[in-house]
Write a protein that binds this ligand. Structure first.
Ligand code: SAM
Ligand code: SF4
Length: 331
C-alpha cells in the first residue's frame, strides 16, 4: 500500500490515536489538578475509532499507537485492540500503546494476545514519594506490578521519562542503569509547552543536551541509526547493551522526517503536535460518509500538514505555545 504523501514529501505512515482524554493520574507537566473532561457525546465510540483507524490503514498507515489520557482506563479498550489487531499483516506492521502502566497488571496478557509486541510505559522516577508528587497522587507500586506483568506477557518495554528540572534530573542516570538491569530501553523527553497546567513551564524545562552530557560522565553512548519510526534519536549504552533515546522538540528540530498525524478522541485529526491545523473527521463520520468519502477527507487533511512546529518556551509570558493539553492529542 503506498502511503499518502504530504506537501513536503513526507509519507504519512504513523497514526497516534487518543482513545480517552481521562486519566487516573495528574502528572504536573501534563494536566492541571482539576481538569474538565469531555462530555460523552463528544467522544468517539470504539466502533467509530476502529472505522477511522482502518481508513488510515487502507491509506498506507503501518503503525498505530493507542494513547490518551490513559488508554487503559477507557472501558472495553481491549476489544479495540482485538479488532485493530486483525489489521496486523493486512497493511499494518505494528499496534502499540503508550500507558502510565497503572493498569498493565490487568491487561498485559490480553494486549499481547491481541498482537501488541511493544509497550511504552511512562515513568519519571523510581522513588515512591517523588512519583506521588509528580503524578499528584499515584502509587509507584502499581506501575512496577504492571511492568512485571508486561515482561511476563512477553511485551518489550520502553520507559518514557520526561526530564524535569529540579525534580528528576539527579536521577536520570540511575534510571538508565535500572533500565539496563530490567532489559528496558529508555526514552527521554523534553517538556513541551502544551496546555495550562498551573506551573510555569520555564521552571520545568531541562534541555536534553545537558542531560546527555551528564549521562556521558557515567556511560558510553554509541551512535546508532536505530529508529522506531518516531522522533527519538537513539544511542546504545555500552555498559548495559540497551538503548537510550532523546526526543528533543525544543532544542533540535525533529519535523523534517515527521511521518505522523494524531487523532483525538473527539475525531479531530491534528496534523502537527505543535500547530493548531486540524480536520474534523467526526462530522464526516457522523453524517454517514462511506469509506471512499472518509478516505478523501483524510487525504484532504494530510494535504494541509504544516512544515513543522514552532514551540517556544516563552520566558516572559510563560504561556503555552498550543492551548490544548498533551492528554488530548496523546503526545
Ligand atoms: N497516559 C499515558 C502515559 O502517561 O504514558 C499516555 C498519554 S501521555 C500524554 C503520553 C506521553 O506524553 C507521556 O510519556 C508523558 O510523559 C508525555 N507528556 C505529557 N505532557 C507532556 C509535556 N507537556 N511535554 C512533554 N511530554 C509530555
Ligand atoms: Fe495521565 Fe499520561 Fe498525562 Fe500523566 S502523562 S497525567 S499519566 S495522560
Amino acid at each position: 500500500m503506498s502511503a499518502v504523501i504530504d506537501p513536503f514529501g513526507r509519507a504519512i505512515t504513523y497514526l497516534r490515536v487518543s482513545v480517552t482524554d481521562r486519566c487516573d493520574l495528574r502528572c504536573v507537566y501534563c494536566m492541571a489538578e482539576d481538569m474538565n473532561f469531555l462530555p460523552r457525546a463528544e467522544i468517539l465510540s470504539l466502533d467509530e475509532i476502529e472505522r477511522l483507524a482502518c481508513a488510515f490503514v487502507r491509506l498506507g498507515v503501518r503503525k498505530l499507537r493507542i494513547t490518551g489520557g490513559e488508554p487503559l482506563v477507557r472501558r472495553n479498550v481491549v476489544s479495540l485492540f482485538q479488532r485493530l489487531g486483525t489489521q496486523l499483516g493486512q497493511g499494518l506492521d505494528e499496534l502499540t500503546l503508550t500507558t502510565n502502566g497503572t493498569q498493565l497488571a490487568r491487561f498485559a496478557d490480553a494486549l499481547a494476545a491481541a498482537g501488541v509486541r511493544r509497550v511504552n510505559v511512562s515513568l519519571d522516577t523510581l522513588d515512591a514519594a517523588r512519583f506521588a508528587r509528580i503524578t499528584r497522587w499515584g502509587r509507584i507500586e502499581t506501575v512496577f506490578q504492571g511492568l512485571r506483568a508486561a515482561r511476563a506477557a512477553g511485551l518489550a518495554v520502553k520507559i518514557n521519562t520526561v526530564a524535569l528540572r529540579g525534580e528528576n534530573e539527579d536521577e536520570i542516570s540511575d534510571l538508565l542503569a535500572w533500565c539496563g538491569e530490567q532489559g528496558f530501553d529508555l526514552c527521554l523527553i523534553e517538556t513541551m509547552p502544551m496546555g495550562d497546567i498551573d506551573a510555569a513551564r520555564v521552571d520545568q524545562y531541562l534541555p536534553l543536551s545537558l542531560v546527555r552530557a551528564r549521562l556521558r560522565q557515567r556511560f558510553t553512548l554509541d551512535e546508532t541509526d536505530y529508529s522506531t519510526g518516531g522522533p527519538a534519536r537513539y544511542f546504545v549504552v555500552r555498559e548495559t547493551g540497551r538503548r537510550v533515546g532523546f526526543i528533543t522538540p525544543m532544542t533540535h528540530n525533529f519535523c523534517e522526517s515527521c511521518n505522523r498525524v494524531r487523532l483525538t478522541v473527539t475525531g479531530t485529526l491534528y496534523l502537527c503536535l505543535g500547530q493548531d491545523d486540524s480536520a474534523d473527521l467526526r462530522t464526516v463520520l457522523r453524517r454517514g460518509a462511506d469509506d471512499a468519502e472518509l478516505e478523501q477527507a483524510v487525504r484532504d487533511a494530510i494535504a494541509r500538514k504544516p512544515r513543522g512546529h514552532d514551540f517556544v518556551i516563552d520566558r516572559r509570558r510563560g504561556a503555552p505555545s498550543v492551548s490544548r493539553h498533551m492528554s488530548l492529542t496523546g503526545g
